[in-house]
Design a protein around this ligand. Structure first.
Ligand code: B12
Ligand code: SF4
Length: 491
Protein backbone atom coordinates (compact mmCIF):
# COMPACT_ATOMS: atom_id res chain seq x y z
CA UNK A 1 0.00 0.00 0.00
CA UNK A 2 1.45 3.39 -0.96
CA UNK A 3 1.38 6.47 1.24
CA UNK A 4 -0.87 8.12 -1.34
CA UNK A 5 -3.47 5.38 -0.98
CA UNK A 6 -3.52 5.78 2.78
CA UNK A 7 -3.95 9.52 2.54
CA UNK A 8 -6.59 9.31 -0.21
CA UNK A 9 -8.81 7.12 1.89
CA UNK A 10 -8.95 9.80 4.55
CA UNK A 11 -10.56 12.33 2.16
CA UNK A 12 -13.96 12.03 0.56
CA UNK A 13 -13.95 12.04 -3.21
CA UNK A 14 -17.12 12.67 -5.21
CA UNK A 15 -20.28 14.47 -4.28
CA UNK A 16 -23.41 13.46 -2.44
CA UNK A 17 -23.97 12.12 1.05
CA UNK A 18 -21.35 10.07 2.81
CA UNK A 19 -22.35 6.41 2.52
CA UNK A 20 -21.83 4.94 5.99
CA UNK A 21 -22.03 1.22 6.71
CA UNK A 22 -22.21 0.38 10.44
CA UNK A 23 -22.27 -3.14 11.81
CA UNK A 24 -22.19 -5.03 15.05
CA UNK A 25 -19.83 -7.95 14.53
CA UNK A 26 -21.03 -11.02 16.45
CA UNK A 27 -22.10 -14.51 15.41
CA UNK A 28 -25.20 -16.09 16.89
CA UNK A 29 -24.74 -19.64 18.07
CA UNK A 30 -26.95 -22.18 19.74
CA UNK A 31 -24.74 -22.07 22.80
CA UNK A 32 -24.72 -18.27 22.83
CA UNK A 33 -28.00 -16.96 21.42
CA UNK A 34 -28.37 -13.74 23.48
CA UNK A 35 -29.09 -10.83 21.17
CA UNK A 36 -29.73 -7.24 22.16
CA UNK A 37 -30.02 -4.14 19.98
CA UNK A 38 -26.54 -2.77 19.15
CA UNK A 39 -26.81 0.37 21.26
CA UNK A 40 -23.31 1.68 20.45
CA UNK A 41 -23.88 2.04 16.71
CA UNK A 42 -27.51 3.08 17.22
CA UNK A 43 -26.27 6.04 19.28
CA UNK A 44 -23.47 6.81 16.83
CA UNK A 45 -25.82 6.78 13.83
CA UNK A 46 -28.35 8.99 15.61
CA UNK A 47 -25.69 11.53 16.54
CA UNK A 48 -23.81 11.59 13.25
CA UNK A 49 -26.86 12.12 11.12
CA UNK A 50 -27.61 15.32 13.01
CA UNK A 51 -24.18 16.60 11.90
CA UNK A 52 -23.63 15.27 8.39
CA UNK A 53 -25.43 14.39 5.20
CA UNK A 54 -25.30 10.61 5.47
CA UNK A 55 -26.81 7.54 3.83
CA UNK A 56 -26.59 4.89 6.55
CA UNK A 57 -26.98 1.13 6.47
CA UNK A 58 -26.83 -0.47 9.91
CA UNK A 59 -26.51 -4.23 10.32
CA UNK A 60 -26.41 -6.52 13.32
CA UNK A 61 -24.63 -9.69 12.22
CA UNK A 62 -26.20 -11.53 15.13
CA UNK A 63 -29.72 -10.86 13.95
CA UNK A 64 -29.05 -11.68 10.29
CA UNK A 65 -26.95 -14.67 11.30
CA UNK A 66 -24.45 -13.81 8.56
CA UNK A 67 -21.14 -15.58 8.22
CA UNK A 68 -18.09 -13.32 8.20
CA UNK A 69 -18.00 -13.44 4.39
CA UNK A 70 -21.72 -12.67 4.11
CA UNK A 71 -21.28 -9.65 6.34
CA UNK A 72 -18.37 -8.48 4.21
CA UNK A 73 -20.49 -8.90 1.06
CA UNK A 74 -23.32 -6.87 2.62
CA UNK A 75 -20.88 -4.07 3.29
CA UNK A 76 -19.37 -4.27 -0.18
CA UNK A 77 -22.81 -4.27 -1.89
CA UNK A 78 -23.61 -0.98 -0.17
CA UNK A 79 -20.47 0.64 -1.68
CA UNK A 80 -19.76 2.65 1.45
CA UNK A 81 -17.39 5.58 1.72
CA UNK A 82 -16.90 4.74 5.38
CA UNK A 83 -17.33 1.49 7.30
CA UNK A 84 -17.56 1.39 11.11
CA UNK A 85 -17.50 -1.89 13.01
CA UNK A 86 -18.31 -2.39 16.65
CA UNK A 87 -17.08 -5.58 18.23
CA UNK A 88 -16.68 -7.31 21.56
CA UNK A 89 -13.59 -9.42 22.16
CA UNK A 90 -15.25 -12.85 21.75
CA UNK A 91 -16.24 -11.95 18.17
CA UNK A 92 -13.02 -10.16 17.28
CA UNK A 93 -11.52 -13.23 15.62
CA UNK A 94 -13.70 -12.27 12.64
CA UNK A 95 -12.38 -8.77 12.05
CA UNK A 96 -9.24 -9.80 10.17
CA UNK A 97 -11.09 -11.71 7.45
CA UNK A 98 -13.91 -9.16 7.42
CA UNK A 99 -11.83 -6.04 6.98
CA UNK A 100 -9.45 -7.67 4.50
CA UNK A 101 -12.37 -8.70 2.27
CA UNK A 102 -13.71 -5.14 2.31
CA UNK A 103 -10.30 -3.61 1.71
CA UNK A 104 -9.72 -5.86 -1.25
CA UNK A 105 -13.07 -5.07 -2.88
CA UNK A 106 -13.18 -1.38 -1.93
CA UNK A 107 -9.62 -0.10 -1.55
CA UNK A 108 -10.76 3.51 -1.13
CA UNK A 109 -13.23 2.88 1.69
CA UNK A 110 -12.26 4.22 5.10
CA UNK A 111 -12.47 1.40 7.64
CA UNK A 112 -13.01 2.27 11.31
CA UNK A 113 -13.21 0.14 14.42
CA UNK A 114 -14.58 0.96 17.86
CA UNK A 115 -16.43 -0.58 20.79
CA UNK A 116 -15.36 -2.79 23.71
CA UNK A 117 -12.71 -4.86 21.88
CA UNK A 118 -10.94 -1.77 20.58
CA UNK A 119 -11.07 -0.21 24.04
CA UNK A 120 -9.53 -3.38 25.46
CA UNK A 121 -6.83 -4.12 22.86
CA UNK A 122 -6.08 -0.57 21.68
CA UNK A 123 -3.23 -0.43 19.13
CA UNK A 124 -2.99 -4.24 18.93
CA UNK A 125 -6.13 -4.33 16.80
CA UNK A 126 -4.08 -2.90 13.91
CA UNK A 127 -2.16 -6.20 13.81
CA UNK A 128 -5.43 -8.07 13.74
CA UNK A 129 -7.43 -6.10 11.17
CA UNK A 130 -7.15 -3.86 8.11
CA UNK A 131 -8.16 -0.67 9.80
CA UNK A 132 -7.53 2.98 8.98
CA UNK A 133 -8.47 4.37 12.38
CA UNK A 134 -9.80 3.13 15.68
CA UNK A 135 -11.49 4.77 18.63
CA UNK A 136 -11.08 3.89 22.28
CA UNK A 137 -13.95 4.82 24.59
CA UNK A 138 -17.00 6.96 23.93
CA UNK A 139 -17.47 7.31 20.19
CA UNK A 140 -19.72 10.20 19.18
CA UNK A 141 -17.24 13.10 19.30
CA UNK A 142 -14.37 11.05 17.90
CA UNK A 143 -16.45 9.76 14.98
CA UNK A 144 -17.63 13.31 14.29
CA UNK A 145 -14.03 14.53 14.24
CA UNK A 146 -13.07 11.70 11.87
CA UNK A 147 -15.86 12.58 9.44
CA UNK A 148 -14.97 16.26 9.62
CA UNK A 149 -11.40 15.41 8.67
CA UNK A 150 -12.68 13.03 5.99
CA UNK A 151 -14.73 15.81 4.39
CA UNK A 152 -11.93 18.32 4.66
CA UNK A 153 -8.19 17.80 4.94
CA UNK A 154 -7.78 14.11 5.67
CA UNK A 155 -5.64 15.13 8.61
CA UNK A 156 -6.22 12.72 11.49
CA UNK A 157 -3.25 13.93 13.51
CA UNK A 158 -5.22 16.53 15.47
CA UNK A 159 -7.97 14.21 16.76
CA UNK A 160 -7.21 13.60 20.45
CA UNK A 161 -6.57 9.98 21.39
CA UNK A 162 -7.27 8.64 17.89
CA UNK A 163 -5.30 5.60 16.73
CA UNK A 164 -4.71 5.68 12.99
CA UNK A 165 -2.49 4.43 10.21
CA UNK A 166 -0.16 7.17 9.02
CA UNK A 167 1.19 7.62 5.51
CA UNK A 168 4.35 5.65 6.33
CA UNK A 169 2.06 2.76 7.39
CA UNK A 170 2.96 3.12 11.06
CA UNK A 171 0.25 3.20 13.69
CA UNK A 172 0.00 6.50 15.50
CA UNK A 173 -1.86 7.18 18.72
CA UNK A 174 -2.52 10.87 19.04
CA UNK A 175 -1.87 12.48 22.38
CA UNK A 176 -4.71 13.71 24.56
CA UNK A 177 -8.18 12.38 25.07
CA UNK A 178 -11.48 13.20 23.44
CA UNK A 179 -13.65 14.94 26.06
CA UNK A 180 -16.61 12.98 27.37
CA UNK A 181 -20.11 14.24 26.62
CA UNK A 182 -21.04 16.05 29.81
CA UNK A 183 -24.77 16.36 29.21
CA UNK A 184 -26.14 13.11 27.80
CA UNK A 185 -29.47 14.81 27.14
CA UNK A 186 -27.80 16.60 24.21
CA UNK A 187 -27.56 13.24 22.43
CA UNK A 188 -30.41 12.27 20.14
CA UNK A 189 -32.40 9.13 20.96
CA UNK A 190 -30.87 5.92 19.58
CA UNK A 191 -31.64 5.43 15.87
CA UNK A 192 -34.06 2.53 16.22
CA UNK A 193 -35.58 3.42 12.85
CA UNK A 194 -32.44 1.92 11.25
CA UNK A 195 -33.15 -1.61 12.50
CA UNK A 196 -36.00 -4.06 12.32
CA UNK A 197 -37.06 -3.91 15.98
CA UNK A 198 -39.61 -6.79 15.82
CA UNK A 199 -36.82 -9.08 14.53
CA UNK A 200 -35.30 -8.82 18.02
CA UNK A 201 -38.50 -10.03 19.65
CA UNK A 202 -38.07 -13.45 18.04
CA UNK A 203 -34.57 -13.87 19.49
CA UNK A 204 -33.34 -14.64 22.98
CA UNK A 205 -32.95 -11.39 24.93
CA UNK A 206 -30.94 -10.97 28.12
CA UNK A 207 -33.82 -11.87 30.42
CA UNK A 208 -34.73 -15.42 29.46
CA UNK A 209 -38.31 -14.56 28.63
CA UNK A 210 -39.57 -15.63 25.22
CA UNK A 211 -41.25 -13.41 22.66
CA UNK A 212 -40.72 -10.24 24.66
CA UNK A 213 -41.89 -7.22 22.72
CA UNK A 214 -39.29 -4.96 24.22
CA UNK A 215 -36.85 -2.18 23.56
CA UNK A 216 -33.45 -1.61 25.18
CA UNK A 217 -32.37 1.81 26.41
CA UNK A 218 -29.24 3.13 28.09
CA UNK A 219 -29.88 5.94 30.55
CA UNK A 220 -26.35 6.52 31.85
CA UNK A 221 -22.67 6.11 31.11
CA UNK A 222 -19.74 5.64 33.44
CA UNK A 223 -19.51 3.83 36.76
CA UNK A 224 -17.51 5.13 39.73
CA UNK A 225 -16.80 1.70 41.25
CA UNK A 226 -13.42 0.09 40.72
CA UNK A 227 -14.06 -3.60 40.05
CA UNK A 228 -10.79 -4.98 38.77
CA UNK A 229 -12.34 -6.94 35.87
CA UNK A 230 -14.43 -4.16 34.43
CA UNK A 231 -14.21 -1.87 31.42
CA UNK A 232 -13.75 1.91 31.53
CA UNK A 233 -15.19 2.73 28.12
CA UNK A 234 -17.16 5.69 29.47
CA UNK A 235 -14.77 6.79 32.20
CA UNK A 236 -15.24 6.35 35.93
CA UNK A 237 -17.71 9.14 36.54
CA UNK A 238 -21.46 8.54 36.42
CA UNK A 239 -23.26 10.63 33.81
CA UNK A 240 -27.00 10.17 33.56
CA UNK A 241 -29.84 11.32 31.38
CA UNK A 242 -32.32 13.45 33.26
CA UNK A 243 -35.52 11.78 34.47
CA UNK A 244 -37.50 13.85 31.92
CA UNK A 245 -35.38 12.63 29.05
CA UNK A 246 -35.62 9.00 30.20
CA UNK A 247 -39.38 9.20 30.36
CA UNK A 248 -39.51 11.01 26.99
CA UNK A 249 -37.67 8.06 25.47
CA UNK A 250 -39.91 5.54 27.20
CA UNK A 251 -43.00 7.40 25.99
CA UNK A 252 -41.74 7.89 22.45
CA UNK A 253 -40.63 4.32 21.87
CA UNK A 254 -43.47 2.52 23.64
CA UNK A 255 -45.96 4.50 21.54
CA UNK A 256 -44.01 4.11 18.33
CA UNK A 257 -43.65 0.33 18.64
CA UNK A 258 -46.90 -0.33 20.56
CA UNK A 259 -45.04 -2.05 23.34
CA UNK A 260 -44.90 -1.81 27.13
CA UNK A 261 -41.68 -3.69 27.94
CA UNK A 262 -38.54 -1.58 28.41
CA UNK A 263 -35.12 -2.71 29.59
CA UNK A 264 -32.19 -0.57 30.64
CA UNK A 265 -28.71 -1.89 29.89
CA UNK A 266 -27.01 0.61 32.21
CA UNK A 267 -24.14 -0.54 34.34
CA UNK A 268 -25.86 1.01 37.38
CA UNK A 269 -29.38 2.23 36.64
CA UNK A 270 -29.90 2.99 40.34
CA UNK A 271 -26.70 5.01 40.88
CA UNK A 272 -28.73 8.18 41.39
CA UNK A 273 -31.47 7.40 43.89
CA UNK A 274 -33.46 10.59 43.24
CA UNK A 275 -33.48 9.93 39.49
CA UNK A 276 -35.14 6.51 39.88
CA UNK A 277 -37.84 8.01 42.07
CA UNK A 278 -38.37 10.90 39.63
CA UNK A 279 -38.63 8.53 36.66
CA UNK A 280 -41.22 6.50 38.50
CA UNK A 281 -43.26 9.58 39.41
CA UNK A 282 -43.08 10.96 35.87
CA UNK A 283 -44.17 7.67 34.34
CA UNK A 284 -47.16 7.68 36.68
CA UNK A 285 -47.99 11.33 35.98
CA UNK A 286 -47.90 10.77 32.24
CA UNK A 287 -50.10 7.69 32.63
CA UNK A 288 -47.65 5.39 30.85
CA UNK A 289 -48.34 1.70 31.27
CA UNK A 290 -44.98 -0.05 31.20
CA UNK A 291 -43.06 -2.91 32.70
CA UNK A 292 -39.35 -2.87 33.26
CA UNK A 293 -36.35 -5.21 33.18
CA UNK A 294 -32.85 -4.46 34.49
CA UNK A 295 -30.92 -7.48 33.19
CA UNK A 296 -27.45 -5.97 33.58
CA UNK A 297 -27.77 -5.75 37.36
CA UNK A 298 -28.37 -2.97 39.85
CA UNK A 299 -25.89 -2.00 42.56
CA UNK A 300 -27.68 -3.85 45.31
CA UNK A 301 -26.06 -2.43 48.44
CA UNK A 302 -27.28 1.11 47.72
CA UNK A 303 -30.91 0.08 47.26
CA UNK A 304 -33.19 1.79 49.73
CA UNK A 305 -36.85 1.05 50.36
CA UNK A 306 -38.03 4.18 48.51
CA UNK A 307 -36.01 3.19 45.42
CA UNK A 308 -37.34 -0.36 45.56
CA UNK A 309 -40.87 1.03 45.84
CA UNK A 310 -40.23 3.29 42.84
CA UNK A 311 -38.88 0.36 40.83
CA UNK A 312 -41.84 -1.77 41.81
CA UNK A 313 -44.18 1.04 40.73
CA UNK A 314 -42.44 0.93 37.36
CA UNK A 315 -43.43 -2.75 37.27
CA UNK A 316 -39.88 -4.02 37.44
CA UNK A 317 -40.47 -7.68 36.72
CA UNK A 318 -36.92 -8.92 36.01
CA UNK A 319 -33.81 -7.69 37.76
CA UNK A 320 -30.26 -8.95 38.07
CA UNK A 321 -28.20 -8.53 41.24
CA UNK A 322 -24.43 -8.90 41.10
CA UNK A 323 -22.86 -10.30 44.25
CA UNK A 324 -19.76 -11.59 42.43
CA UNK A 325 -18.14 -12.84 45.64
CA UNK A 326 -19.40 -13.70 49.10
CA UNK A 327 -15.99 -13.04 50.63
CA UNK A 328 -15.52 -9.60 52.13
CA UNK A 329 -11.75 -10.00 51.69
CA UNK A 330 -12.25 -10.49 47.95
CA UNK A 331 -14.71 -7.60 47.81
CA UNK A 332 -11.79 -5.44 48.95
CA UNK A 333 -9.19 -7.21 46.81
CA UNK A 334 -11.24 -6.86 43.62
CA UNK A 335 -12.29 -3.27 44.30
CA UNK A 336 -16.02 -4.10 44.05
CA UNK A 337 -16.45 -3.29 47.75
CA UNK A 338 -20.03 -4.48 47.90
CA UNK A 339 -21.59 -4.59 51.34
CA UNK A 340 -22.63 -8.24 51.48
CA UNK A 341 -25.35 -8.02 54.19
CA UNK A 342 -26.87 -5.09 52.28
CA UNK A 343 -26.78 -7.19 49.11
CA UNK A 344 -28.79 -9.89 50.84
CA UNK A 345 -31.33 -7.43 52.24
CA UNK A 346 -31.54 -5.51 48.94
CA UNK A 347 -32.49 -8.72 47.10
CA UNK A 348 -35.01 -9.50 49.81
CA UNK A 349 -36.64 -6.06 49.54
CA UNK A 350 -37.07 -6.52 45.80
CA UNK A 351 -38.37 -10.06 46.03
CA UNK A 352 -40.95 -8.97 48.58
CA UNK A 353 -42.22 -6.55 45.94
CA UNK A 354 -42.73 -9.41 43.48
CA UNK A 355 -39.59 -8.80 41.41
CA UNK A 356 -38.00 -11.89 39.84
CA UNK A 357 -34.42 -11.86 41.10
CA UNK A 358 -31.50 -13.17 39.08
CA UNK A 359 -28.00 -13.22 40.58
CA UNK A 360 -24.46 -13.10 39.23
CA UNK A 361 -21.40 -14.53 40.94
CA UNK A 362 -17.79 -15.16 40.01
CA UNK A 363 -15.56 -17.99 41.14
CA UNK A 364 -11.81 -18.35 40.71
CA UNK A 365 -10.14 -15.05 41.53
CA UNK A 366 -6.40 -15.27 42.01
CA UNK A 367 -5.75 -15.84 45.75
CA UNK A 368 -9.34 -17.08 46.33
CA UNK A 369 -9.47 -19.96 48.78
CA UNK A 370 -11.83 -22.93 48.61
CA UNK A 371 -13.56 -21.58 51.72
CA UNK A 372 -14.17 -18.30 49.92
CA UNK A 373 -15.68 -20.07 46.90
CA UNK A 374 -17.96 -21.94 49.28
CA UNK A 375 -18.87 -18.65 50.95
CA UNK A 376 -20.00 -17.27 47.59
CA UNK A 377 -22.06 -20.38 46.90
CA UNK A 378 -23.65 -20.18 50.36
CA UNK A 379 -24.37 -16.45 50.18
CA UNK A 380 -26.06 -16.87 46.80
CA UNK A 381 -27.86 -20.03 47.87
CA UNK A 382 -29.12 -18.61 51.15
CA UNK A 383 -30.35 -15.41 49.54
CA UNK A 384 -33.84 -14.87 48.12
CA UNK A 385 -32.53 -14.92 44.53
CA UNK A 386 -34.64 -16.98 42.15
CA UNK A 387 -31.98 -17.83 39.57
CA UNK A 388 -28.24 -17.35 39.31
CA UNK A 389 -25.26 -17.57 36.99
CA UNK A 390 -21.93 -18.64 38.43
CA UNK A 391 -19.11 -17.55 36.15
CA UNK A 392 -15.41 -18.26 36.30
CA UNK A 393 -13.33 -15.09 36.32
CA UNK A 394 -12.33 -14.06 32.78
CA UNK A 395 -9.75 -11.31 32.30
CA UNK A 396 -9.95 -8.82 29.42
CA UNK A 397 -6.99 -6.61 28.49
CA UNK A 398 -6.95 -3.04 29.73
CA UNK A 399 -8.39 -4.01 33.07
CA UNK A 400 -6.67 -4.07 36.45
CA UNK A 401 -7.33 -7.80 36.70
CA UNK A 402 -5.57 -8.57 33.44
CA UNK A 403 -2.62 -6.42 34.37
CA UNK A 404 -2.27 -8.09 37.77
CA UNK A 405 -2.41 -11.61 36.36
CA UNK A 406 0.00 -10.70 33.59
CA UNK A 407 2.46 -9.38 36.17
CA UNK A 408 2.12 -12.05 38.83
CA UNK A 409 0.76 -15.21 37.19
CA UNK A 410 1.40 -14.87 33.43
CA UNK A 411 1.19 -18.64 32.97
CA UNK A 412 -2.52 -18.50 33.86
CA UNK A 413 -3.22 -16.52 30.70
CA UNK A 414 -1.56 -19.14 28.52
CA UNK A 415 -4.65 -21.02 27.40
CA UNK A 416 -6.95 -18.05 27.26
CA UNK A 417 -9.16 -18.27 24.16
CA UNK A 418 -11.71 -15.54 23.70
CA UNK A 419 -13.35 -16.72 20.50
CA UNK A 420 -17.06 -17.20 20.99
CA UNK A 421 -16.83 -17.45 24.72
CA UNK A 422 -20.03 -18.32 26.43
CA UNK A 423 -20.92 -16.61 29.69
CA UNK A 424 -21.06 -19.78 31.71
CA UNK A 425 -18.99 -22.36 29.92
CA UNK A 426 -15.75 -20.53 29.10
CA UNK A 427 -12.82 -22.34 30.64
CA UNK A 428 -10.37 -19.91 32.11
CA UNK A 429 -8.67 -20.64 35.36
CA UNK A 430 -7.01 -17.69 37.09
CA UNK A 431 -7.35 -19.26 40.51
CA UNK A 432 -4.71 -20.88 42.69
CA UNK A 433 -6.47 -24.24 42.23
CA UNK A 434 -6.35 -26.91 39.56
CA UNK A 435 -9.17 -27.00 36.97
CA UNK A 436 -10.97 -29.92 38.58
CA UNK A 437 -11.23 -28.03 41.87
CA UNK A 438 -12.41 -24.75 40.32
CA UNK A 439 -14.94 -26.33 37.94
CA UNK A 440 -15.94 -28.69 40.73
CA UNK A 441 -17.00 -25.66 42.79
CA UNK A 442 -18.75 -24.17 39.78
CA UNK A 443 -20.76 -27.37 39.28
CA UNK A 444 -21.46 -27.54 42.98
CA UNK A 445 -22.66 -23.93 42.92
CA UNK A 446 -25.26 -24.76 40.29
CA UNK A 447 -26.35 -27.91 42.11
CA UNK A 448 -26.54 -26.33 45.55
CA UNK A 449 -28.32 -23.26 44.25
CA UNK A 450 -30.88 -24.83 41.95
CA UNK A 451 -31.50 -28.30 43.40
CA UNK A 452 -33.28 -26.83 46.36
CA UNK A 453 -37.01 -27.64 46.62
CA UNK A 454 -37.88 -24.20 48.00
CA UNK A 455 -36.06 -22.46 45.17
CA UNK A 456 -37.58 -24.70 42.51
CA UNK A 457 -41.00 -23.95 43.98
CA UNK A 458 -40.35 -20.19 43.91
CA UNK A 459 -39.01 -20.30 40.34
CA UNK A 460 -42.05 -22.19 39.09
CA UNK A 461 -44.35 -19.86 41.03
CA UNK A 462 -42.73 -16.55 40.05
CA UNK A 463 -41.08 -17.06 36.64
CA UNK A 464 -43.03 -15.05 34.04
CA UNK A 465 -43.45 -18.06 31.69
CA UNK A 466 -43.41 -21.25 33.80
CA UNK A 467 -44.41 -23.45 30.88
CA UNK A 468 -41.17 -22.56 29.14
CA UNK A 469 -38.95 -23.65 32.02
CA UNK A 470 -38.14 -27.07 30.48
CA UNK A 471 -36.57 -25.19 27.59
CA UNK A 472 -33.82 -23.98 29.93
CA UNK A 473 -33.06 -27.43 31.30
CA UNK A 474 -30.29 -28.16 28.73
CA UNK A 475 -28.60 -24.88 29.69
CA UNK A 476 -28.74 -25.87 33.35
CA UNK A 477 -27.31 -29.30 32.53
CA UNK A 478 -24.52 -27.75 30.47
CA UNK A 479 -23.60 -25.52 33.40
CA UNK A 480 -24.01 -28.19 36.01
CA UNK A 481 -21.62 -30.53 34.18
CA UNK A 482 -18.97 -28.05 33.03
CA UNK A 483 -15.54 -29.58 33.25
CA UNK A 484 -17.02 -32.87 34.46
CA UNK A 485 -15.54 -34.78 31.55
CA UNK A 486 -11.74 -34.87 31.38
CA UNK A 487 -11.89 -33.67 27.75
CA UNK A 488 -13.74 -30.58 28.96
CA UNK A 489 -11.37 -29.67 31.70
CA UNK A 490 -8.35 -29.72 29.40
CA UNK A 491 -9.84 -27.19 26.98
C1 B12 B 1 -25.58 -5.35 26.52
C2 B12 B 1 -24.23 -6.01 26.72
C3 B12 B 1 -24.06 -7.26 26.14
C4 B12 B 1 -25.06 -7.90 25.20
C5 B12 B 1 -24.71 -7.62 23.72
C6 B12 B 1 -24.39 -6.18 23.39
C7 B12 B 1 -24.21 -5.93 21.91
N1 B12 B 1 -23.60 -4.85 21.54
O1 B12 B 1 -24.58 -6.70 21.06
C8 B12 B 1 -24.83 -9.40 25.51
C9 B12 B 1 -25.72 -9.78 26.66
C10 B12 B 1 -25.06 -10.37 24.36
C11 B12 B 1 -23.38 -9.36 25.99
C12 B12 B 1 -22.55 -10.45 26.02
C13 B12 B 1 -21.25 -10.45 26.51
N2 B12 B 1 -20.61 -9.41 27.05
CO1 B12 B 1 -21.41 -7.65 27.21
N3 B12 B 1 -22.05 -5.97 27.68
C14 B12 B 1 -23.19 -5.39 27.45
C15 B12 B 1 -23.19 -4.01 28.18
C16 B12 B 1 -23.80 -4.23 29.54
C17 B12 B 1 -23.88 -2.88 27.49
C18 B12 B 1 -23.45 -2.65 26.02
C19 B12 B 1 -24.03 -1.36 25.54
O2 B12 B 1 -25.06 -1.34 24.91
N4 B12 B 1 -23.39 -0.23 25.91
C20 B12 B 1 -23.85 1.11 25.58
C21 B12 B 1 -23.26 1.58 24.24
C22 B12 B 1 -23.75 2.98 23.95
O3 B12 B 1 -21.85 1.58 24.38
P1 B12 B 1 -20.82 0.88 23.37
O4 B12 B 1 -21.44 -0.25 22.68
O5 B12 B 1 -19.55 0.64 24.09
O6 B12 B 1 -20.57 2.03 22.25
C23 B12 B 1 -19.89 3.25 22.49
C24 B12 B 1 -18.36 3.18 22.34
O7 B12 B 1 -17.81 1.91 22.60
C25 B12 B 1 -18.08 3.64 20.92
N5 B12 B 1 -18.18 2.69 19.82
C26 B12 B 1 -18.83 1.53 19.75
N6 B12 B 1 -18.73 0.99 18.52
C27 B12 B 1 -18.02 1.82 17.77
C28 B12 B 1 -17.63 1.75 16.44
C29 B12 B 1 -16.87 2.79 15.89
C30 B12 B 1 -16.46 2.71 14.46
C31 B12 B 1 -16.51 3.90 16.70
C32 B12 B 1 -15.70 5.00 16.12
C33 B12 B 1 -16.89 3.96 18.05
C34 B12 B 1 -17.65 2.93 18.57
O8 B12 B 1 -19.11 4.61 20.73
C35 B12 B 1 -20.33 4.16 21.36
C36 B12 B 1 -21.10 5.36 21.83
O9 B12 B 1 -20.34 6.18 22.67
C37 B12 B 1 -21.65 -3.74 28.27
C38 B12 B 1 -21.23 -2.81 29.40
C39 B12 B 1 -21.35 -1.36 28.99
N7 B12 B 1 -21.69 -0.53 29.90
O10 B12 B 1 -21.15 -0.96 27.84
C40 B12 B 1 -21.09 -5.16 28.41
C41 B12 B 1 -19.73 -5.48 27.79
C42 B12 B 1 -19.68 -4.88 26.41
N8 B12 B 1 -19.77 -6.93 27.69
C43 B12 B 1 -18.65 -7.51 27.99
C44 B12 B 1 -18.44 -8.91 28.04
C45 B12 B 1 -17.17 -9.38 28.70
C46 B12 B 1 -19.38 -9.78 27.53
C47 B12 B 1 -19.22 -11.29 27.39
C48 B12 B 1 -17.88 -11.69 26.81
C49 B12 B 1 -19.41 -11.92 28.76
C50 B12 B 1 -19.07 -13.40 28.79
N9 B12 B 1 -17.96 -13.79 29.38
O11 B12 B 1 -19.79 -14.20 28.29
C51 B12 B 1 -20.40 -11.65 26.46
C52 B12 B 1 -19.98 -11.88 25.01
C53 B12 B 1 -20.29 -13.27 24.60
C54 B12 B 1 -20.23 -13.52 23.11
N10 B12 B 1 -19.90 -14.72 22.77
O12 B12 B 1 -20.46 -12.66 22.29
C55 B12 B 1 -17.57 -6.48 28.28
C56 B12 B 1 -16.69 -6.29 27.02
C57 B12 B 1 -15.28 -6.80 27.14
C58 B12 B 1 -14.62 -6.87 25.79
N11 B12 B 1 -13.34 -6.66 25.79
O13 B12 B 1 -15.21 -7.15 24.78
C59 B12 B 1 -18.43 -5.22 28.65
C60 B12 B 1 -17.76 -3.88 28.36
C61 B12 B 1 -18.76 -5.37 30.16
C62 B12 B 1 -17.62 -5.27 31.13
N12 B12 B 1 -17.97 -5.27 32.40
O14 B12 B 1 -16.46 -5.19 30.89
N13 B12 B 1 -23.04 -8.11 26.41
S1 SF4 C 1 -18.74 -4.37 37.53
FE1 SF4 C 1 -20.45 -2.95 37.74
S2 SF4 C 1 -20.00 -1.87 39.69
FE2 SF4 C 1 -18.11 -2.81 39.05
S3 SF4 C 1 -17.00 -1.22 37.90
FE3 SF4 C 1 -18.16 -2.50 36.42
S4 SF4 C 1 -20.08 -1.47 36.10
FE4 SF4 C 1 -19.16 -0.62 37.98
Amino acid sequence: MTAKHLHDRRIKTGNGPVRLFLANVARRSTTYPLTTPPMGILYLAAYLRTKFDLRIRLVNQKVENYTTQELAQEAIKFEPDVVGFTVMTPAAHQVGELTRAIRQALPKTLILLGGPHTSAFEEKIFDQAEVDAAVVGEGELAFEAILNAYLDSGDFSEIPGLMWRADDDSVVTNSGQMPLIEDLDTLPMPAYDLIDVPAYWKLQSMPPVARRKYLSLVSSRGCPYQCMWCHKIFGKRFRGHSAERIVDEIEYFTKKYHIDDIEFLDDIFNMDRRRVIDVSELVRKRGLKIKLALPNAVRTDILTQDVVDALADLNLYWCSFALETGSSRLQEFTGKRLNIPKFVSGVEMCVKKGIFANGFAMLGFPTETEEEMQLTIDTMGNSRLHTASFFTVTPFPNTRLYQLVQEQWPERLRNLQYSDTNFATIKVNLSDHPDDVLYGYQRKANRQFFLNPNRIYRIVRDYPQPLLLPYYLPIFLQRATKGFLKRDSQA
